[in-house]
Design a protein around this ligand. Structure first.
Ligand SMILES: NC(=O)c1ccc[n+]([C@@H]2O[C@H](COP(=O)([O-])OP(=O)(O)OC[C@H]3O[C@@H](n4cnc5c(N)ncnc54)[C@H](OP(=O)(O)O)[C@@H]3O)[C@@H](O)[C@H]2O)c1
Length: 258
């Protein structure tokens, strides 16, 4: 399978890294950008980065659109005639709808179209991506592709805003929690690096407990909270400081308008 990724920035680069990690040959992936030369991390993986969108798109079985949302039309429209029938076009551009993408693709015949909302953890194949295809077949093809990079969640486009907040922005929200844990460890006298690693592993373990068991998070919390113990004292202190309200407010503030 040959893949073209238009946009070699944070997200395009993460997708490329994840695809390589998932077993695709770097030689089958071409990224594009405006500046000549490949970013160091992508070059180190043997990934080709060019400035020629048309050449990259013409040979691709799957084409990722990973430029900023306001550049999507300018990038896609000139390519419409060059895409092979059956090409899977996957846009990750926030807020750009399937209808808008189809309009940009105009005369491209037989192109399968899907919209995806990933997060940057796709680079480690532990991302989460919402997927909405124009047709069931496009949804299936895009889900199979994004499934190489982590969890997929098929949903209607009306849910994309919520997924953008929860996963695209949520990864930064979660990292703020990690930083807070690290700062607490530092105040307790644990060196910053060790405190960060310990708390990151705690977050990873907590997430795995829920993902693997399918349990409600509170069921796992209850297991750790001894009556009258230190854990529940800490949790109640966090809640008195407004923890749950702050997280909900933060994620709601990250909900895109469109
Ligand atoms: N970052 C995230 O966490 C995230 C999450 C979900 C979705 N997304 C979506 O991913 C898309 C890209 O975001 P980003 O954060 O990766 O942006 P970014 O880091 O700024 O990367 C954008 C890339 O697009 C390239 N580019 C600009 N114009 C181009 C053109 N005409 N042809 C080919 N490449 C072109 C840029 O080239 P140069 O390198 O030469 O500047 C750059 O490599 C956005 O639509 C965003 O909504 C991002």
């Amino acid at each position: 399978m040959t893949i073209a990724i238009l946009g070699a920035g944070n997200m395009g680069g993460a997708i490329a890294k994840g695809l390589v990690r998932s077993g695709l040959a770097p030689a089958d992936i071409t990224l594009t950008r405006t500046q000549p030369g490949a970013p160091e991390d992508l070059a180190a993986l043997g990934l080709a980065v060019t400035t020629d969108n048309a050449a990259a798109a013409a040979g691709a079985d799957a084409l990722f659109v990973a430029v900023k949302p306001w550049l999507v039309s300018a990038v896609l429209q000139p390519l419409a005639g060059a895409l092979r029938p059956g090409t899977l076009v996957v846009s990750v551009a926030a807020g750009v709808t399937l209808a808008e993408l189809r309009e940009d693709l105009g005369r491209a015949k037989g192109v399968r179209l899907a919209r995806v909302m990933p997060n940057t953890a796709v680079g480690l194949c532990c991302g989460v991506s919402a997927v909405a295809g124009e047709t069931p077949e496009a949804t299936e093809a895009a889900t199979a592709l994004m499934g190489r990079l982590g969890l997929t969640f098929v949903c209607g486009e009306e849910r994309f805003g919520a997924v953008t907040a929860l996963s695209g922005c949520g990864i930064a929200h979660a990292l703020r929690f990690l930083r807070a844990g690290q700062e607490a460890g530092l105040e307790m006298g644990v060196p910053a690096k060790a405190a960060g690693e310990i708390f990151a592993q705690v977050m990873k373990g907590a997430a795995e407990l829920v993902l693997r068991s399918g349990n409600h998070p509170e069921a796992e919390v209850d297991r750790v909270c001894t009556p009258g113990g230190l854990t529940i004292k800490g949790i109640n202190a966090m809640e008195r400081a407004g923890f749950t309200g702050a997280v909900v407010q933060g994620l709601l503030a990250s909900l895109p308008e469109k």
